[in-house]
Design a protein around this ligand. Structure first.
Ligand code: ASP
Length: 345
């Protein structure tokens, strides 16, 4: 690093700053002072320590309380300050971090500065906490990510991951996130190493100028299981605010092909302008609906393939496209096209 970088830390909550309460861990401390006093920062950035500013949200949230409104708030806070900083670090609870990372990859315009999400499995002040390491690694990536790779990413434990490919894979290990359907962007060991072939693809969209928030129930997520009832599906589809469904189907994108009421309900929903996107349940799954008759039936009913998108990416992308005000046809078309590196071509 040659010049002093300016980094903004947006602190939204999460275990990283929690304290024990009679009800269990809850967001409590403002971390701004702790961060500035971290002795490691001096060593990490040696001659040119970054200028750090902190924006702490009020209230701080356990990320189980995150909402689409908060995703947009984070995106707008970044956009409003975009010119003043070289990179952004978002401190976030791990439970829904992958959703926020995916949402930010869409809601931010084409990002040419790193936006790095991180958190911790143990609170900052606890012995053996991973908070300092994760935060320092995130700051390093936010300051030094190669220009050709700048994007929304997750830095956690030893991994640098594309934000909209990441998913939480452990509630107890320090390497809590992985991207089983996409290679890592880099590794954090003695050195921070980047996989430079993982360039950021060209994105589109301009939420800052045109978007408006749809209601939270514009999108639904349904995970299939043996015996899933078509009545439940119909009840969900009857909501007049509903514009899109992410259907977590089996394996290659298969569903109950012999359940005619289920298939008819999907076809009916699609006819009414609800976009149904199929993603795969296994961690490393990819949807190829023509592989099995059970997948072809879903395709015939009008469901579209989310290919190798994570559930988090499919859900937040749908939400983003609805927020941009597109018609069902346009949303369906754009759901099949990568817009921020979230799926293979
Ligand atoms: N419940 C916490 C949260 O997501 C978990 C964590 O941060 O690790 O906010």
């Amino acid at each position: 690093m040659n010049a002093r970088k300016r980094l903004l830390i947006i602190y939204t909550g999460g275990t990283i700053g929690m304290q024990q309460t009679p009800e269990g861990l809850a967001p409590a401390r403002d971390l701004a002072a702790d961060i500035r006093e971290m002795p490691e920062l001096g060593q990490t950035f040696q001659t040119h320590p970054p200028v750090l500013d902190t924006l702490s949200y009020d209230p701080l949230l356990d990320s189980s309380d995150m909402t689409p409104g908060r995703w947009v708030q984070i995106a707008q806070d970044i956009l409003q300050r975009y010119r003043h900083y070289d990179g952004f670090v978002v401190l976030h609870g791990t439970d829904t971090l992958a959703y926020t990372a995916s949402a930010l990859s869409f809601f931010l315009e084409r990002t040419d500065k790193p936006v790095v999400l991180t958190g911790a499995q143990l609170p900052f002040a606890w012995p053996r906490s991973d908070a300092r390491n994760n935060l320092i690694s995130a700051l390093e990536v936010a300051a030094n990510m190669p220009d050709t790779m700048t994007q929304v990413c997750v830095v956690f434990g030893p991994r640098i991951l594309r934000g909209n490919r990441a998913t939480k894979v452990s509630a107890k290990a320090y390497d809590a996130f992985d991207s089983p359907r996409y290679p890592h962007l880099g590794a954090i060991g003695i050195d921070v190493e980047y996989n430079r072939r993982r360039r950021f693809p060209v994105a589109f969209g301009n939420f800052g100028k045109q978007g408006s928030l749809p209601p939270d129930d514009a999108v639904a997520l349904i995970r299939l299981f043996p015996g899933f009832s078509a009545t439940t599906l119909r009840a969900i589809c009857d909501n007049s605010n509903l514009r899109g469904i992410v259907l977590e189907a089996y394996g290659a994108g298969n569903g109950p092909s012999q359940n005619q009421t289920f298939q008819d309900t999907i076809a009916d929903a699609v006819r009414r302008g609800i976009v149904v996107v199929v993603v795969s349940q296994p961690l490393d799954g990819i949807v190829r609906m023509s592989s099995y008759a059970a997948g072809s039936a879903l395709a015939r009913a009008g469901a579209i393939s989310g290919r190798d998108m994570t559930t988090e990416a499919a859900l937040t992308k749908l939400y983003y496209l609805i927020a941009l005000g597109y018609s069902a046809e346009t949303i369906a078309r754009k759901m099949k096209t990568p817009i921020a590196g979230e799926m293979r071509r």
